[in-house]
Every structure is written in structure tokens, then in C-alpha cells.
Design a protein around this ligand. Sequence first.
Ligand SMILES: [Zn+2]
Length: 414
Amino acid sequence: MKNYFKTSWYYLMILAIGVAFTACETENFSTESSQDNKDFTIEEAYPGETGKLHDIYLDGEESITVEKHGKDDFFVLEGDMLVYKDDSDPNRSVGRTGGRWPNATVYYEIQNGMPNQKRITDAIRHWESKTALRFVKRTNQGAYIFFQKGSGCSSFVGRTGRRQAINLADGCSTGSTIHEIGHAIGLYHEQSRKDRDNYINVLFQNIEAGKEHNFQTYVQRNRDGNEFTNSLDFGSIMMYSPRSFSKNGQPTITRKNGSSYSTQRSGLSNADVQGVNKMYPRNNPPPTSGKIINLKGNNGKYVSSENGNKPMNCNRGRVGGWERFTVVDAGGGKIALKGNNGKYVSSEGGNKPINCNRNRIGSLEKFELVSRGGNKYAIKDKNGRYMSSENGNKAMNWNRTRIGSWEEFIISGL
Ligand SMILES: [Zn+2]
């Protein structure tokens, strides 16, 4: 017993040291709000390093100051934003870039063996739940985000038109990943707004030498400063922390009245969502009543109504009458699907296999088409669950909380 106790105490100590070490490592990149008043660094491409300062021209306009590290062919702006010298932004929008993703569809790939991929899938899910943006695994697209292991947390800004990295060190949290995706879809940092001096003081005397350029406003960089929201949002996931790039532990940013504030990295703020909705409007495909469609699952088979006689299946090799559905405008951007038998498809609330046997359109018969790029869609019911093909192996269900390949359908005829 004694021996056992000693042994477990020994392992507990080792475990405690391990935990302390891990916690310490994590803190270098920690962005949790609980850490806010501690000395944590924000998202940075190269934590603890200052690259060589360069003045580069963006859009052929006046030069801006950026850092270059080693042999990188890109430059670092404001710590974690990566830019190419030849980047051009035709809209010259300042707080926000013009590099938008067409159809609000962002293609991505995750590096093989990337540690903790859950933070990436969780961050993507967060963006999809709050905005119209859809993230689709890349097949042959040339412009896509490549999530890879990096020295810090960093991202290019807006769609570059080619493979663009989001670099994530092991210490980059889900919140930091949400932040870096924010850059990739076109967001800059909140404290660089043209009107920021109405809301904050930047204390240059506390900023590390060589990092002052990170605190320029977009107007100081000769860009127009257009914004999609009316005021600076301290709760924005794109807001720097009060001690960003501090050389002495003192604040580098305070509120206008001199008091501190909290930054958060738990998710998009309401104002973040408002701004992104202007960049990527929520435009559900207009209901096109009367169109006759068919739905092909990921298994290459078609969804069948089974004429309402039994649960629906996605196992048909060709499109016959039972595989055709008429789209009916159900109001509010939603549609209903009418089978060849004149009955409507029901989600059954996700509780049982789905059926095409309803005489009228109630709340369980109204669906939202969620674009997945091209003519691929997921179909969401009133509970926010998605229809699944079950890969054709069994009766279809409407109980999925996320969109995987079985929840995507190629819809022809819309
Ligand atoms: Zn950033």
C-alpha cells in the first residue's frame, strides 16, 4: 500500500510538472479571455521575433511598413497578417479587403498529420453557424486555404487566388483559428480602423521597438478606411489585446478614458457577424416553385421518395418518377419537396426514418438549402439538423448536426 502510494505520488508529480510545462507553453499563444490581464501574446506569425523592416507598396499606393522573416516570399503585417508585395486590392477598402470568396464558398485543405484538427473543424463550424460562409474541402480548386503547422498563428488576408496558408502552432487555440480564418475571409484588425482614435489610446511609449508600425491605422497607410460597422467593437474577435507588443508589461492600448478592456477569443461578436453579413450576404437560393429536381448522394445514387410507402432511401441508380421532386416555396426562404405521389417530404424531426407521406406543409416539411458550392447543397430542417443519405445503406435520416459527405447532395434542376 505504501509502496503503491509512493509510486502514484511519483507519477502524479511527473504529471503535474508535465501539465505545468504544457500550460506554460500554451500561454505563449494563449488568447483565452481569462488570460486577458496576464502578459500573453496575441496571434503572431513569429512569436518573439522581429523580422527585418521593409517598406512595400500595396496597390501602387504609398508604402507601408512590414516585416520580412528569413527567406519568406511574403511579408508580415500587424503580427499575424501575411501579404505579398504584389497584392492588390481593387476596392481599396481599408478595414476590410476586397479579396472575397465567390459564392461565400471557401475551399480548404488540412495538412496531413496536422495536430489537433478539432480546433480547425470547430472553428469552421463556428463560422458556418454564424455566417453565410461555407467551407468545402478542396478537390481541384487552385485557390484555397491550407491549414498547416507553423511557428505561430498567422494567415493571409482575403482570398489570394492561390493556395494560401493558415499557419497554426500547437498553442493556437480554436479561438485563434477563428481569428485567422477571419483574416482569410477578408478581415483586418479592429484597432486599426480609421476612427479608432475616438475609442482607444495607443501608448507608443510601451510598444516594443520595431513594432510601432503594427499600430498604424489604415488611413495612415493611405487606404480609405471604409468599414462595415459603425464603431470600434472591443468584443470583436479581431481586436488586439491591451498589452499587444508591449515591451514592459504596460498596456499598449487602453480605452479612451484610460481604462483597460477585455479581449475575447471565444467566437465572433454580434458586430463581427453584422460586418461579415455585409461582405457575404445571406442569400439563400430563391425558392423556385415548380422546378422539378433530383438529388444525388455522395454514393452516386439518387434519393427516392419510395412513393410514400416506406422510408426514403438513396439507393437508386437512375432517375424515375419516384426520384423526382417538385420544389414548393414554403416562405421565409424555405422550400418544401413534393414527391411524385403528391405528398411532401418530412424531416420527421430527426427522430425516425424520413418519409414522403405528408398531405400538407407543416414546420417539419420546410427546409433550407445550404449551398456547398456549385450545385451541391445540404438540406437543413427546422431543428438545424441535416438530411443524410446514409450512403444508400439504410433508410435516410434527418438527424445530423454537421455537414459531412453523406449530407451533401448534388441537386439537378434548380
Ligand atoms: Zn490577426
